[in-house]
Ligand binder design. Sequence first.
Ligand SMILES: C[S@@+](CC[C@H](N)C(=O)[O-])C[C@H]1O[C@@H](n2cnc3c(N)ncnc32)[C@H](O)[C@@H]1O
Length: 466
Amino acid sequence: MLEIPAQFKEKFAQLLGEDEAARLFKALDEPSKKAFRVNSLKKGAAVSYDLSRPVPGIPNAYYGEISGKDVEWTSGTVYSQDPAAMFPAHLTDVAPGDRVLDLCAAPGGKSTALGEKLQGQGLLVANEISPSRAKILRENLERWGVTNALVTNGSSEDLSSKFPAFFDEILVDAPCSGEGMFRKSEDAIKYWSEDNVLTCQARQQEILQEAVKMLKPGGQLVYSTCTFSPEEDEAIVSWLIDNYGFTVEERDLEGVPTAAGRPEWGNGNPELARCFRFWPQDGLGEGQFVAVLRLPAASNAASGEKPAKRKQDKRKKRGGRREDQISREDLEYVTEALQGLSLPAGLENWSSRLQKSKDHVFVPLLAPDSLRGLKILSNGMELGMLKKKRFEPSHQLAEALGQIKQDRVVDLDEGQYERYLHGESLQTASQLKGFVLVASKGQVFSFGKLTTSGQLKNFYPKGLRQ
Ligand SMILES: C[S@@+](CC[C@H](N)C(=O)[O-])C[C@H]1O[C@@H](n2cnc3c(N)ncnc32)[C@H](O)[C@@H]1O
């Protein structure tokens, strides 16, 4: 039995009425619902999990539990996610070519879905304020094969100063009191208090204030929480409507067990009924609140379309060439390492767009000069690293290449796969030489390097080894 705080129970008995509240409390004592998404970017990957129980309303999503050890996971073919938490990204209008911001993005469940919707075209800025969580966000986007993400580690203020009125769509999946996570996390129960609900509400307003500055006039804001408290849900949407003139967009989720937002829990505006409330007692998954909002086209929240104000670049030049530019010799090393590999869409003409930062070679999404002052974990695609007179392709590239059929692949059996994940080198019968993609069950999850005797040197990143 979960020890649900008495104050929480009293509050929801009043808000919902005794009968509905009893259904909620009963559901909170049942096990949480597990589900996963299958990555549409990695076309043709064979998934060994049971796909017979789809999550209603979400393409490529299924009930069931996955393991972080399977190649389906290490190759970014599947991602574990609460079914209700799939809806915020699903309900956005994000389409290939858009400029999208996921402001509170770690660990990346919703960013991976937004990256899928973009299909490598346009820009996804995925931001997270906590450094350790931002690292996990980067790893998850890498695994998912997203080639057009800028991963940042900053506050909402850090970002709003760089991107005024810049984005077509912004997702704010806000830090919240986590009442919808009671079944999944003991901490959510332990740290629950009415004071914390109000602290979260104030933080949500601070974050949203900055988010609005970054939205283009006429742009879309999707606001979500994993909590039930009206203070963090309908009251926040009311505040957005009253202060910025947002309208709530209608969405049809026919066949999905969800409930409408409650106007009486906010400012009484009937549009609040267009918000979605996912309650555990309705059977889809955990608790979630989602509002799809539109900023009026003639907004005075911010103006100007330029990304960031660029400072004069005063960095040293060496022999007429800037330090971040790549030499002809370096380019030859990169070209040689990439020979025989098929590159995914979005990486065409990579050689003319290459940049270098501390020997990391990458195809940037945004000009690094324009991002000065922001903590960047990843800017587009890192192809790899220049070492002394050679080039080592990156793990991010391996995961991105796994999207399309490749010829230079060594496929490991189950035992070999486990040893490779540990960091071991393996003896193979492969006739290939040099850098190869390493797969198991046809799913690419790493680079490796084959010697002339068929030894496969391990390039699975040390930080990911199991
Ligand atoms: C609900 S979680 C995000 C989950 C994520 N969207 C996903 O789908 O995987 C909220 C995140 O917001 C971050 N956060 C907290 N305060 C923030 C702030 N002021 N600005 C940006 N992010 C913040 C938290 O560290 C946390 O990772």
